[in-house]
Design a protein around this ligand. Sequence first.
Ligand SMILES: Cc1cc2nc3c(=O)[nH]c(=O)nc-3n(C[C@H](O)[C@H](O)[C@H](O)COP(=O)(O)OP(=O)(O)OC[C@H]3O[C@@H](n4cnc5c(N)ncnc54)[C@H](O)[C@@H]3O)c2cc1C
Length: 395
Amino acid sequence: MEKWDVIIIGAGAAGMMCAIEAGKRGRSVLVLDQSKKAGNKIRMSGGGRCNFTNYDVSADNYLGDNPHFCKSALSRFTQWDFLAMVERYKIPFHEREHGQLFCNDSAKDILNMLFAECHQAGVEIRLNSTVDTIEQQAGNHFRLNSRRGHDQFHCQSLVVATGGLSIPTMGSSPFGYQIAEQFGLKLKPTRAGLVPFTLQPADKQRFAALSGIAIDCLVSHHHTSFRENILFTHRGLSGPAVLQISNYWQPGELIEIDLLPELDLLAHLKQAQQTHPQQQIKTVLQHQLPKRLIAAFLDEKLLEQPLANSRFEQFETIANQLKQWQIKPNGTEGYRTAEVTLGGVDTDDISSKTLEAKQAKGLYFIGEVLDVTGWLGGYNFQWAWASGWCAGQYV
Ligand SMILES: Cc1cc2nc3c(=O)[nH]c(=O)nc-3n(C[C@H](O)[C@H](O)[C@H](O)COP(=O)(O)OP(=O)(O)OC[C@H]3O[C@@H](n4cnc5c(N)ncnc54)[C@H](O)[C@@H]3O)c2cc1C
């Protein structure tokens, strides 16, 4: 039986950050992960360049049943704190749209920084180690069994940093949720987030020819909107604006897309009618949008009509179709391609200050396993760093 002060299940972003902080406090720390490599999601994130945080972080960038829960951790370990670490390691980075910060070279720079910090803090990371069962013993200590009982561990503080369910091939598992249930914590229903939409068969056929087209749009769901690109794919709709809105969408609901957010199309068509009456409608529209896209949305006869012969109602129809395109996705691509898992361990059962379970002393939950989900843009890593850092001060 191995004895440790702190055992962390999951060597992802949250688990490693917690390990570093606990190690610095002189605690003996073991991180167990079932994968062959630590930090798989960091390695594959941001297209290999890891969007590690964002210049502009607030609780408004997160979803969860308790929108206030994340505030404490986000304010105690901020994006500036993580950035200071990145700068200390001289990792070259750059800002993209909406304050998103990416490595210039490779996500491996972030991983190597975490490994170096773990090493300095005396943390041991053990891979290929699936934790199978946990028991709480007298004095609030924990006993863990791995490899069906061949390896046994004992610790004072147990940290669950097992992440969500997305990308099952990357070691994700529902084990964190099972531990929560075992200790009587509530769970919020889980579903795939930051995920592309699939389309109903008729829409799929209608938009098949548009695969590969990306356009800057305003995508809305009720009162939430995102202004970023959408991408038509052979399966449906993707691109950053679609991934963002997927966090808010529920099956059966509509989303609305403004394909020309910069333009008052109705006024534009009326003006063109005055200045170029002999021009066809499609000529005006082709200055704004790709030909293939216009053809998929509007009737050919209407498109070939000269502006002079067009009625106001026809302009209204066109503006409606292109600026208030309403579409009901068939579903999402699910956990196979989702970047995150919405829902998870109910934050009402967790201290927002220490990340300890209120009814299980010594048991902590951090990162994506909790019901805290960020927007696309470095917010999910910032939550992992912040919650991991905070728990690391107490475990
Ligand atoms: C393709 C992709 C790209 C992304 N890009 C970005 C990005 O650029 N910016 C951003 O902010 N977010 C991004 N995300 C989201 C981000 O990666 C996650 O939110 C973040 O990694 C969550 O960190 P975590 O430590 O909570 O969990 P994870 O990083 O998922 O780590 C959990 C770990 O627990 C281990 N584990 C699970 N069960 C067990 C068990 N029973 N025993 C032992 N180990 C176990 C897993 O192997 C895993 O290593 C991306 C996600 C994906 C899938």
